[in-house]
Design a protein around this ligand. Sequence first.
Ligand code: XMP
Length: 493
Amino acid sequence: MANDEFFSEKLRVPEALTFDDVLLRPKESHIEPDEANTETRVSRNVTLTVPVLSAAMDTVTESDMAIAMARHGGLGVLHRNMTEEEMAAEIERVKRADELIIRDVVTARPDQTVREVDEMMDRRGVSGAPVVDEDDRVLGIISATDVRPYLEVGERDEVREAMTDEVITAPEDVTPREALELMYDHKIERVPVVDDDDHLVGLVTMQGILQRREYDSAARDENGRLRAGAAVGPFEEERAVTADEAGADVLFIDCAHAHNRNVIESARAIAGSVDADVVVGNIGTREAAEEIADFADGMKVGIGPGSICTTRVVTGAGMPQITAVSQVADVARQHDIPVIADGGIRYSGDAIKAIAAGADAVMLGSYFAGTDEAPGRVVTMNGKKYKQYRGMGSVGAMKSGGGERYLKDTDDEEEEFVPEGVEAATPYKGTLESELHQLVGGMQSGMGYVGAETIPEFKERAEFVRVSGAGQQESHPHDVVITDEAPNYSPDQ
Ligand code: XMP
């Protein structure tokens, strides 16, 4: 029988590849890995210093994780298993974390006694306070040092006696450098920030400026605040507007299959009603990318690659991730839209392969779920430490948030869920900073092997080779017993 007769048309199918099927072809290089610049765009208007996002999952990203991610140059995407009000508060917490100007300022009144103010400063954990009149106009500033002699001798004295009334103030557009210069010149540690009519709008402190300096590669907006991402359901326009008003920089349409007419129409409407960038996902094909290219500020790719996903086995549908990313990137490139590869990344090598396939950034869940900054507590099982990690399509997560991501109507409480994810535990890993250091360090080394100094150059220059089953075996440690765990490799990842 000839080959043509043997195969039915249905089985003339293309092959789709994933991480283990390919390796980066080493190329001549003039750059050292540490010199590789990992700056990238995550959406049309948002740039990060490292091309990494933490997943919008209730065991991965709340404000602690989002703050840590942004401080180290990436982006945390807040999950949406919380009310709109809770989400707004979480976004505000991230945006305020490293703000140059503290807006929620502890103030004193001139007619309070020094003892009252001393107690108030103690209670609120501050060592100084601007003194304001009833219209919030700045009259002076008082510090613990000003108060101390009065407490010793005449504790009933009023603040107006003890305060410094020649106050050095700064305008609202003060830069960190200008504020520091004011502080050095006048030997002070805090400067009230006032508007044109001398009304207090905030406070800049020496401690705040020095803390910001520690994170010199943080992902910040044009006002110096940390970047924040937030997930919204495909039909949650109200949540999108609330998150936008709370200051989110990027909204992520959170859907397991965004190539769906209703989802696309709704995402388009959301994009039209917010200032934030809107990343649309998840998709995994060229056709889906074409459908959203006219309004999406970013495209997120991943149909079933996630470590806790059962989508492919439950539904029989999916797209191996390297092929999915490269198909979407083919279209996104023509429209200058960034691409995010979401899910399935176990090692730094997978992350840089996703970028080689055409992604501008990668999103990870399991890699970060075991860190201190992820929600949830550490549990010990058989002497080893773990943290909980569950799919957003697992029964537990859907019960606490709903199945909208999977386009399921879950209003009917009697109805049983058809989950597309599992609930699991992941080894406890310590700080996010050290995990991210390993991840980004490995990615930079990958850039070194290909000889590319920047992410755009790497995307251009990287080439893949196909790997056989034998090649895959050769890639991992073999014929040895590992005696000491490496910080960036575990055989059962
Ligand atoms: P990793 O592999 O980094 O994947 O742990 C995280 C990504 O997986 C997606 N996700 C799910 N996919 N069922 C799925 O099919 C689920 O229950 C589920 N929960 C999360 C999501 O895109 C995430 O960023």
